[in-house]
Ligand binder design. Structure first.
Ligand code: GDP
Length: 373
């Protein structure tokens, strides 16, 4: 408390008083990499976390942490805008966070900027985090190329984004959000990171995506011959608690309802994620605001089941443990790379590996021995 600057204290009070501008500044603060600001950010987070804990007892239900994923163009932002309005209409407060690894490369974003959700962005009870630009390489690249690039090299970036986002979730909860939506673009690693920071993972699919899935089943209903792409999709389906077939309108209405049944059947054949919840498939039209209250009903049932069984808090506790190890890993690796002994030893070890006089395993042992000496 005493180590907090007056500014940080003002931010804390503003966040707790549901001020959106204070929340926005707090999010910027926790995203900072500057050491002094990071220290203030940690103080702010610790203090706010304590307030959230204290208030948790008075609430019927903890903040809903929902992950939303899907390929570009499937309708994520349209859906979040419609779903968010539904929530605001019930008097709920919400935060929308985005994990978009492409933004760290292009400085722009595949998901686009905050103007994608104009109604939510203008509402005092909703906070939409703009794509973070911190850590950006600032290259201007076509988005397809950006995809390829980050897909190859971005594991660390995703970790960094994930870390900022888990902090931002705490801030949204202190702001009094009843629902925090964490959106990510559907291309693999970032989804796994998001699934690990939310209670419920929601996958949006287009109506016409059913074919590739069908092809993976033989006449006996056995799943096989998965291509890589199908393998990825299957993996993401397995971590999903709710699948939404969006764009169930106009010419696609029939296809959407077929896809709904197909995916519901496919889910029955997959490994179950939870003892207490069977994933559901719902068809929506985000554009026409149809199916939205059905989605909310499914989410409510999910929370009822997960809370009654105690699995919700168990999931969160397990996540916290994994987050902690990720912090440890991040921090240790950083120290390792900055260690003088390691830096001094590296050229010689690299040379010996190049000459094949030292194996990578032995090289690693030498480095670790130097680091821990
Ligand atoms: P995102 O990239 O996943 O965020 O997708 P967007 O929300 O930006 O939507 C991509 C396009 O699909 C836009 O042109 C939307 O208007 C359209 N779209 C989104 N939801 C629906 C829907 O339910 N029905 C129809 N027909 N179009 C939709």
């Amino acid at each position: 408390e005493s180590a907090m600057t007056a500014r940080t204290r003002r931010l804390r009070d503003g966040v707790l008083n549901h001020q959106r501008s204070a929340l926005a500044q707090a999010v910027t603060l926790v995203e900072s990499t500057h050491p002094a600001r990071r220290a203030q950010a940690q103080l702010l987070l610790t203090s706010l976390q304590r307030h959230v804990r204290a208030k948790e007892g008075q609430r019927a239900r903890p903040t809903m942490r929902l992950g939303i994923s899907g390929s570009p163009g499937v309708g994520k932002s349209t859906f979040i805008e419609a779903f968010g309005q539904h929530l605001l209409g019930s008097g709920l407060r919400l935060g929308v966070l985005t994990v978009d690894p492409s933004s760290t490369i292009t400085g722009g974003s595949i998901l686009g900027d905050k103007t994608r959700m104009p109604v939510l962005s203008a509402h005092p009870d909703a906070y939409v985090r703009p794509s973070p630009s911190s850590g950006s390489l600032g290259l201007s690249l076509p988005s397809s190329l950006a995809y390829l690039l980050w897909y190859r090299c971005s594991f660390r970036m995703i970790q960094l984004l994930a870390r900022n986002t888990t902090d931002a979730i705490v801030l949204c909860e202190a702001f009094g959000a009843d629902v925090v939506l964490v959106e990510t673009v559907g291309v693999g690693q970032s989804e796994v990171a998001v699934a690990d920071m939310v209670d419920m993972f929601i996958l949006l699919l287009p109506p016409a995506g059913g074919d590739e899935l069908q092809a993976a089943f033989d006449q006996n209903g056995v799943l096989h011959m998965l291509s890589n792409r199908q393998g990825i999709k299957r993996g993401i389906m397995e971590v999903s608690d709710l699948i939404i077939i969006n764009k169930a309108d106009g010419d696609l209405t029939q296809a959407a309802h077929r896809a709904r049944v197909e995916h519901q059947n496919a889910l029955h054949l997959m490994r179950r994620k939870s003892r207490n919840w069977d994933p559901e498939v719902v068809a929506t039209s985000a554009l026409e605001h149809r199916g939205i209250s059905e989605v909310k009903d499914v989410i409510d049932s999910f929370y009822d089941a997960m809370m009654a069984s105690g699995e919700l808090m168990e999931r969160r506790s397990n996540q916290y443990e994994r987050w902690m190890w990720r912090h440890v890993q991040d921090d240790l690796m950083q120290r390792f790379h900055q260690h003088d002994g390691v830096k001094a030893l590296l050229p010689e070890i690299t040379r010996q590996m190049r000459e094949r006089t030292m194996t990578p395993g032995v090289a690693a042992e030498h480095l670790i021995a130097t680091f821990t000496a």
